[in-house]
Design a protein around this ligand. Structure first.
Ligand SMILES: [Zn+2]
Length: 331
C-alpha cells in the first residue's frame, strides 16, 4: 500500500539572523555557520534518502563559501531552492510594496544565479504574510506561499521571544506581530488556493497538530526533547498518527540549529534546544526524520503541491534529481 504524501522544508536561517533577532549588535559582522550546518543536513537527509525544499536568504547568496554550501544540496536525492527574502526581516508587514518587491526579486535573481533554477515558493521570515507580499509573488509567477503557521501557541511563542531578546523601540513594536499574530489561528491547517487579482497562488501552511494546533515541526520537537526525549518521541509519534487519522498531509519544517549542539556555537545558547549535546541532538532528529520517512511518502514542497494541482509547475523539469520521481497512487 502506498504511503500518504507529506513534504519537508528547511528555513536556512543563518547565525547573524538569530543574533539580530536577539538584539545583539555583533550580528552586523554577519557571522555564519552555513558550510558546517549544510554539511550535516545533507549528510543526514542523504542517508535517509529524503528530499528537501530550502528557503534561502538572499544575503547569504553572496560569499563564495556560502554559495558553495547552498550548491551542495545537490548531494540530496532531490531538492528545491525557494525564497526566504533578502534580509530576513520578520516585519514585512511594515514595509511598502517597493521594499517588499526588492526583498523578493533580488533574492529570486540570486537563487537563479547560484543554483541555476527558478524558485517557485516563498516563506516570509517570522511567518509574516501581508497582502502586498502575496501580490508581489503573484506578479512574479510564484506557485506558492508557505508563510502561514496556524498554531494556537503563537501568542505564547511571541511573548517568550520578546522576553528573551534585548529589542527596543520600533524593533520591539514590529516584533509584536511575529508568528502572524492572533489571526494565524483562524487559518487552515492544509493547503488552499488564494485569488490574487486574476491570478491564483497556493498557500502551503506549516502543519500543526490537528485539533490542538500545537507545533509539530522539528525545531519544536528538539525543544521538547531538551526536557525529555521520551515525552518528545511520544508527542511526535502521536502527531504523525493524528495527521494520518485526519487525512492531513503534513508539511514539516527544519532549521539549521536542529543539526547543531552546544559544542558547536556558544553564541546560540539562548536559542531553544541549543543546550543539548551535538550527538543527542543529531540522534533525536535522525529518529524523527526516519519515522517521518517511514510513515509518509515525503516530497519537496513543489512536488507535493503538484500532486494536488498538476498544472502548477511548468518548470518542474528544472529541478535536479538523482533518482526517478516516484509516481504516487494517492495524494
Ligand atoms: Zn527564517
Amino acid at each position: 500500500m502506498s504511503l500518504p504524501i507529506a513534504s519537508l522544508s528547511l528555513d536556512l536561517d543563518n547565525k547573524w539572523a538569530y543574533l539580530r533577532a536577539a538584539g545583539r549588535e555583533d550580528w552586523e559582522s554577519r557571522p555564519g555557520y552555513l558550510p558546517m550546518a549544510v554539511n550535516r543536513i545533507t549528510e543526514m537527509l542523504g542517508e535517509l534518502n529524503l528530499p528537501l525544499t530550502v528557503f534561502t536568504v538572499g544575503r547569504d547568496l553572496v560569499e563564495e563559501e556560502d554559495c558553495q554550501a547552498i550548491q551542495s544540496f545537490d548531494r540530496l536525492p532531490r531538492w528545491e531552492p525557494a525564497n526566504h527574502s533578502l534580509n530576513h526581516l520578520p516585519w514585512m508587514h511594515t514595509m511598502d510594496e517597493a521594499e517588499i518587491a526588492d526583498e523578493i526579486e533580488i533574492t529570486d535573481a540570486r537563487i537563479r544565479e547560484v543554483t541555476g533554477r527558478r524558485p517557485l515558493g516563498f516563506r516570509g521570515p517570522g511567518f509574516s504574510c501581508p497582502d502586498e507580499v502575496l501580490r508581489v509573488l503573484a506578479k512574479n509567477n510564484y506557485a506558492y506561499d508557505a508563510s502561514i503557521f496556524p498554531t494556537s501557541i503563537a501568542p505564547i511563542a511571541r511573548a517568550v521571544f520578546l522576553m528573551k531578546t534585548d529589542l527596543k523601540g520600533q524593533a520591539k513594536e514590529n516584533a509584536k506581530k511575529l508568528y502572524g499574530g492572533f489571526a494565524s489561528l483562524r487559518q487552515p491547517n492544509h493547503p488552499f488556493q488564494r485569488n490574487i487579482g486574476d491570478q491564483q497562488l497556493w498557500e502551503m501552511p506549516v502543519t500543526v497538530m490537528p485539533l490542538t494546533r500545537t507545533p509539530i515541526h522539528f525545531s519544536y520537537f528538539t525543544f521538547l526533547a531538551s526536557f525529555s526525549t521520551l515525552a518528545a518521541k511520544a508527542y511526535f509519534r502521536s502527531a504523525l498518527s493524528l495527521c494520518k487519522l485526519t487525512g492531513t498531509s503534513p508539511s514539516l519544517l527544519l532549521h539549521p540549529p536542529d543539526f547543531l549542539g552546544q559544542e558547536d556555537d556558544s553564541d546560540m545558547a539562548y536559542f531553544p534546544g541549543m543546550k543539548m549535546a551535538r550527538q543527542d541532538k543529531l540522534s533525536i532528529v535522525r529518529w524523527g526524520l526516519k519515522l517521518y520517512s517511514e510513515t509518509f511518502d515525503v516530497r519537496c514542497m513543489i512536488d507535493a503541491l503538484r500532486l494536488i494541482d498538476p498544472d502548477v509547475d511548468p518548470d518542474l523539469a528544472n529541478l535536479p534529481t538523482n533518482t526517478p520521481i516516484k509516481q504516487p497512487a494517492t495524494c
